[in-house]
Design a protein around this ligand. Structure first.
Ligand code: UD1
Ligand code: CA
Length: 467
């Protein structure tokens, strides 16, 4: 293995990404919930390099800010160094801009900044094979069904590496070659630096090609190895919106396959959107149209009906989420039931066996064990005990126009339908609240509070009668 302390990963992310037809810089386009660059950084991090360099140029500040904001969330602990490429004259110019960084390392793994499907295992194998061959350079080559747009790997008669020819410079014969350059390389840092000084501009755009350094290193009588990758999809470079969608589909397929491997039931695997890194227990059944995003963990034996959205949440075992439920930054303990069309906003906690039903919204609240908020309610900034029954249409009036206030509801409180709790307010255990009440004052334990005007019946002639 290449000693980690001598290994630097360099990611090229300065290009204009013209073919994306978007003002958003290419490295920041999203694939399966994360920017393209995040997927590449995560694979690089898995190698344990001593440093990760990122070459930025086009919209540099936007790219740098977005990466810096994401690093800890993506688990990147290796030191990240940003390198500015001032003139966008090709992938070799990008690497050239990073020479002061490369000089500190023996081995450099160079990655294009637009291949989010790359696999950490492949990168590890590449460094191993590089080392075994005492190579000057190694390139990950894959054979693809449609090589158009990619640089073709030209091999000599004995099968050894000869050259890489860019698509724009290839003649008809060369265009038929299906073995392409993935844009992932390992270099002996010194050889790479030497080769960079010998390049001449190429192609219709007069660019300096990184790919030309490999033939130059070969001319220095150093072995140049083509490492043939088995999974060609990992080399998909994103240059257009169509390729972005293709990468998204491939990554979703990978995630679905892994989850099914672990015993998760996906009714129609291609019709769910599950981010990489989401954890789901065995025999949890997920119906079509669900989005399960971010840092989400779901237990086993859950039933998740169609069109459920879950983000950054923890769901226990044996939970039922009925159609249309929406959960964000919340915690749902075992055996809870939600929906159809329930909404948990951030910082909500449902204790074991709680139920939140149709069109109920919960925000920053605890719903105690076995408590029920089944119909058309808004519960915000509330601490609710166990065994509470909340009647239909109950609202916590938590906002006075300036500040938010708390509602405290003790164990086994029974709340009739259409009750307003004007916060701050406390209702103690075993109290009962009459339907239609507007509660503004503390309600003692085991008492009955009714706070509504008496019914008045006006007879036809205007004679008043009390009920
Ligand atoms: C490149 C390779 C090609 C390979 C393909 C794999 C070259 C010359 N060609 O082609 O052989 O098959 O990737 O996907 O490298 N970049 C900079 N600064 C620049 C220009 C580019 O940082 O001045 C970065 C881009 O942001 C990108 C990477 O280099 O991440 C590759 O550039 P791109 O324009 O996408 O190259 P391709 O034409 O796809
Ligand atoms: Ca590309």
């Amino acid at each position: 293995m290449v000693a980690k302390k001598n290994l630097c990963v360099l990611i090229l992310a300065a290009g204009k990404g013209t073919r994306m037809k978007s003002p958003l810089p290419k490295p920041l386009h999203i694939v399966c919930g994360l920017p393209i660059i995040a997927h590449i950084l995560k694979a690089a991090q898995a190698l344990g390099p001593a440093a990760i360099g990122i070459v930025v140029g086009h919209e540099a500040q936007t790219v740098v800010n977005a990466i810096q904001a994401g690093l800890s969330q993506w688990g990147i602990t290796a030191p990240v160094v940003f390198v500015q490429q001032t003139e966008l004259t090709g992938s070799a110019s990008a690497v050239k801009a990073a020479i002061p960084l490369l000089q500190k390392f023996e081995t450099v793994l160079v990655l294009n900044g637009d291949t989010p499907l790359l696999k950490a295992q492949s990168l590890a194998r590449m460094t191993e094979v590089f080392e075994q061959n005492e190579a000057g350079a190694l390139v990950l080559g894959v054979t693809v069904p449609d090589p158009s747009g990619y640089g073709r790997i030209i091999r000599a008669e004995d099968g050894s590496f000869e050259n890489i020819v860019e698509d724009s410079d290839a003649d008809e014969e060369t265009k038929k070659i299906a073995e392409i350059n993935s844009g992932m390389y390992v270099f002996n840092s010194h050889s790479l630096q030497t080769a960079l000084t010998q390049l001449t501009p190429q192609g219709p755009k007069r660019e300096y090609y990184l790919t030309d350094t490999l033939a130059l290193i070969k001319q220095m009588n150093q072995p140049v190895v083509v490492f043939a990758g088995r999974d060609y999809q990992q080399a998909l470079g994103i240059n257009s919106k169509a390729q972005l969608a293709e990468a998204e589909q491939i990554m979703r397929d990978r995630v679905a396959a892994e989850l099914m491997d672990e015993g998760v039931t996906l009714v129609r695997p291609r019709e769910v959107y599950i981010d990489p890194g989401v954890k789901i227990g065995t025999d949890t059944r997920i119906c079509p149209g669900c989005y399960i995003c971010g840092n989400t963990v779901i237990g086993k034996n859950c039933e998740i009906e169609g069109n459920v959205y879950i983000k950054d949440s923890v769901i226990g075992d044996n939970v039922t989420l009925k159609m249309g439920t929406y959960i964000e930054e919340s915690q749902v303990e075992a055996c809870c039931q939600l929906g159809p069309y329930a909404h948990l906003r951030p910082k909500s906690v449902l204790k074991k066996g709680a139920k939140v039903g149709n069109f109920s919204e919960i925000k920053k609240s605890v719903i105690g064990e076995g408590s029920k908020v089944n119909h058309l309610s808004y519960i915000g900034d509330t601490q609710m005990g166990a065994g509470v029954n909340v009647g239909a249409g109950t609202i916590t009036c938590n906002y006075d126009g300036k500040n938010k206030h708390q509602t405290l509801i003790g164990d086994h409180v029974f709340v009739g339908s259409n009750v307003n709790f004007v916060a701050p307010v406390t209702v103690h255990e075993y109290a009962k609240i009459g339907a239609g009440s507007t509660i503004t004052k503390e309600v003692p334990a085991e008492s009955l509070a009714i706070a509504r005007s008496r019914q008045v019946v006006l007879e036809k002639k205007g004679v008043k009668k009390n009920d």
